[in-house]
Design a protein around this ligand. Structure first.
Ligand code: ATP
Length: 490
């Protein structure tokens, strides 16, 4: 029904009126569709007064909150491009994002003002506004927000990847990319309350929030996952579904099932973002009796490209979403490979991003031959279901033999005392690289005995070249902003 995001925001406010759109988990405050619409009109009017014109980039650096959603909608309504950024970033990181994106203006809260001011000191950002300053145009209404020419193919969002494998890349997604993603995914559909804990400056948090608006549902928003509040939130707000990285399952497993709470509204965990260990999913489903659905996607495909809302096959990321086309291509011929053969996952369709902003070489490199090359390795079965093995970058090559870390991690994860695991390559004089394992474990475990068991178990399952040369026990893993393990730091 909609060609652009401002049309969607307004259209959904017309349809849903004073129905609740957003609930803030921290305070219980609710915000209706109409309220978000009216408040974002005020933001749009202020930005217009400040000279923001269609196509201008506007940085938004706020924690998950109603103010953040309102700011995003306001920027879109004035025809601007939203550049959402992590409020935990330090000066240098903030400067990188706003400089790379040519941001004209930044919206941030009072508590971050000093840091942001320092960051934007000499990079061409013209002004900094707080949400309160943006919304000071009380009584602004739709009719007074200046009309801006926005085309469906224009960029709506410049989203930086989380930088798990190097410097964050700035992914330009158009209004159409995002609307096709909202329309093509079944994930939030038919669910009343979507519990969003992932940050809106990453694709998953953004999609689950605005996608739920597109679906006319409700978002329960928390500023980050909290193990101690999770089940209480579910009970209090009758949440139905959430989307998380796999380590959240491991963290929840450490705690008891919430026997004393009524969490019967809760139907499903959606997991993605890094290798999803089958064993962990099985253990989790057994202990909690709640369905876990693995999906696969990335920022460049506007979030999800594979999902299977109905028939979940543990270990698989499901089938392509409605508008995504996916294949595994032969490296030499660029023809699709038969089912079961491993190769790079490539995607095409209307959700695939426009470009890396200001980086035509990088864009051209990943969009060769009309396909987006994901740099992830996987295979497709006879039914078309996708199995993601790992990032090509994570593959360990020991003396010419390929080792997929996910496979080894899976085996190590099978030990109940292991909380989380990462297998990485360490440099080696003779073999170039050898695999080593890092684990975090339950505190009551005998470390020596566990190491021995892990080694024995790997010896039983794998060829010698795949067996980790060492098992290191860590207090905790270095993690990126969505909770992914930063393998490069290990
Ligand atoms: P950067 O590109 O800067 O390193 P990032 O890759 O973490 O950051 P995202 O776009 O958020 O940025 O993450 C997408 C990546 O997450 C995919 O390329 C893939 O490697 C991984 N991923 C997503 N879903 C799955 C899955 N089901 N199984 C394995 N890996 C997954």
């Amino acid at each position: 029904d909609y060609g652009t995001l401002p049309e969607m925001i307004r259209g959904q406010a017309d349809r849903n009126g004073d129905e609740t759109f957003l609930i803030r988990a921290e305070t219980g405050e609710t915000f209706s569709y109409q309220e978000i619409d009216a408040r974002s009109d005020e933001v749009a009017a202020t930005l217009a007064e400040r000279g923001v014109v269609a196509g201008d980039k506007v940085g938004v650096i706020l924690p998950n909150s109603a103010a953040l959603v309102v700011a995003i909608c306001g920027v879109l309504k004035v025809g601007g491009v939203v550049v959402p950024t992590n409020p935990e970033y330090k000066t240098g990181e903030i400067a990188y994002v706003f400089e790379q994106s040519d941001s004209q203006l930044v919206i941030t809260e009072e508590s971050l003002r000093k840091t942001v001011e320092k960051a934007i000191d000499d990079i061409g950002v013209k002004a900094l506004l707080t949400p309160e300053e943006c919304e000071a145009n009380a009584n602004e209404s739709r009719s007074t927000v200046p009309k801006r020419e926005v085309r469906p193919v224009d960029t709506a969002l410049l989203m930086f990847t989380s930088g798990t494998t190097g410097d964050p890349k700035s992914v330009a997604l158009s209004h159409l990319n995002l609307l096709f993603r909202f329309d093509g995914g079944e994930m939030p559909r038919g669910y009343g309350v979507f519990y969003t804990v992932l940050p809106l400056f990453n694709i998953d948090g953004f999609i689950t929030t605005l996608g739920t608006m597109y679906d006319g549902g409700q978002v329960l928003l928390r500023n980050g996952f909290s193990a101690s509040s999770f089940w209480a939130d579910v009970e209090q707000y009758d949440a139905n579904i959430t989307s998380v990285v796999p380590s959240v399952l491991a963290i929840l497993l450490e705690r008891e099932y919430p026997e004393n709470r009524d969490v019967s509204s809760f139907e499903r965990f959606v997991v993605s973002g890094s290798y999803v260990h089958e064993e962990l999913v099985e253990r989790f489903e057994e202990a909690f009796g709640i369905n876990v659905m693995e999906i696969y996607g990335l920022t460049e495909a506007a979030g999800t490209a594979y999902e299977s809302p109905e028939e979940v096959v543990v270990g698989s990321a499901g089938s392509p979403t409605l508008y995504a086309e996916a294949a595994i291509l032969d490296e030499d011929t660029s023809e699709p490979l038969p089912p079961g053969e491993l190769g790079e996952i490539v995607l095409r369709g209307p959700t695939v991003f426009k470009e890396y902003y200001n980086n035509p070489e990088a864009t051209e490199e990943v969009l060769q031959g009309g396909w987006f090359h994901t740099e992830d390795i996987g295979y497709v079965d006879k039914e078309g279901r996708c199995y993601v093995k790992d990032r090509i970058k994570n593959i360990i090559i020991r003396g010419g033999q390929n080792i997929y870390p996910g496979e080894i991690e899976e085996a190590i994860h099978a030990h109940p005392a292991v909380e989380d695991v990462a297998v990485v390559g360490h440099e080696h004089e003779i073999y170039g690289e050898v695999p080593v394992a890092y684990v975090t474990i339950d505190e009551h475990t005998d470390e020596k005995a566990l190491e021995k068991r892990i080694r024995e178990d790997c010896t039983e399952r794998f060829a010698d070249f795949k067996i980790p040369e060492a098992v290191y026990i860590l207090e905790e893993f270095p993690r990126g902003e969505t909770g992914k393990i930063l393998k490069e730091r290990l």
